[in-house]
Design a protein around this ligand. Structure first.
Ligand code: SAM
Length: 246
């Protein structure tokens, strides 16, 4: 297993972002996923990160398997959710038992899949993991979302931490880079540890995503702009939710 760009900044991701997505995305998840698949269905959380959405699924009574390529994020998730089945795994080569009633991939995780060929591989793996009629819901950012990147550092100051982040988007290559720097105070007051990483994402055309789903044999494909599902604040801008069935 290769290292993930999230490993070095896993604590920063967990502290700064994990708790902001779900309150904003909830109306979309309610309408496309929770209303369509009742607990205790078995759900595959594709790119589960530190388990923020996973924990919402567990609280609602679903049986959950979460997979993510970052060992450090999975370690945090396992600490918080000892009852869930959480695995370090690259979703481009999914190896899960199934069949699952549903699969969910949130917070633009699939934009982290950097080629269309790999996106095909993820969709095929999810298709194979689902039972007949199984539901697959995910969100991805399209170009409008990345055009918000203003190259400016966002600063987040906590009690004993400082997080800095900035996004850079190249409209020619369709690649986005998020630079993350995380200072944490260690031991004595004057001693700070610095960690940093660059997370890469790829921006796809809506049509390419739909075709990749069709190529993997998904049916009943729906595409919804997040804003039309009442996803507010910056989480709605340029984000689209996709729903499909095996
Ligand atoms: C923005 S985070 C979202 C995490 C989680 N879904 C959430 O809603 O909080 C993107 C996640 O995708 C994971 N990821 C990126 N590429 C991956 C891959 N090839 N296989 C598995 N996980 C991957 C990262 O490790 C990270 O946890």
């Amino acid at each position: 297993m290769t290292e993930s760009s999230y490993d070095e900044v896993a604590a920063m991701y967990h502290a700064l972002w994990a708790n902001s997505y779900i309150p904003a995305a909830l109306p979309a998840l309610e309408r496309l996923f929770y209303c369509r698949l009742a607990p205790p269905a078995h759900v595959l959380d594709v790119c589960c990160g530190s388990g923020h959405v996973t924990s919402d699924l567990v609280k609602r009574g679903y049986r959950v398997t979460g997979v993510d390529s970052s060992a450090a994020l999975i370690e945090i998730a396992r600490r918080e959710l000892p009852q869930a089945d959480l695995r370090v795994q690259d979703v481009r080569r999914l190896e899960v038992e199934g069949p699952y009633g549903g699969a969910l991939s949130t917070f633009d995780s699939l934009n982290h899949i950097l080629s269309l060929e790999d996106l095909h591989a993820v969709f095929s793996g999810v298709y194979e993991a689902l039972g007949p009629g199984g539901l697959f819901v995910f969100d991805m950012n399209l170009e409008e979302a990345y055009s918000l990147d203003l190259h400016q550092w966002l600063v987040n100051i906590g009690h004993n931490s400082v997080g800095l982040s900035r996004g850079l988007y190249d409209p020619v290559t369709h690649m986005a880079h998020t630079e993350l720097i995380w200072f944490t105070q260690t031991g004595s007051q004057d001693c700070w540890q610095r960690r940093q990483s660059i997370v890469e994402e790829r921006c796809y055309e809506k049509q390419d995503i739909v075709q990749a789903l069709q190529f993997a044999w998904f049916r009943s494909i729906e595409v919804h702009p997040a804003v039309e599902l009442s996803v507010e604040s910056e989480f709605g801008h340029g984000r689209y939710f996709f729903s499909a069935r095996r």
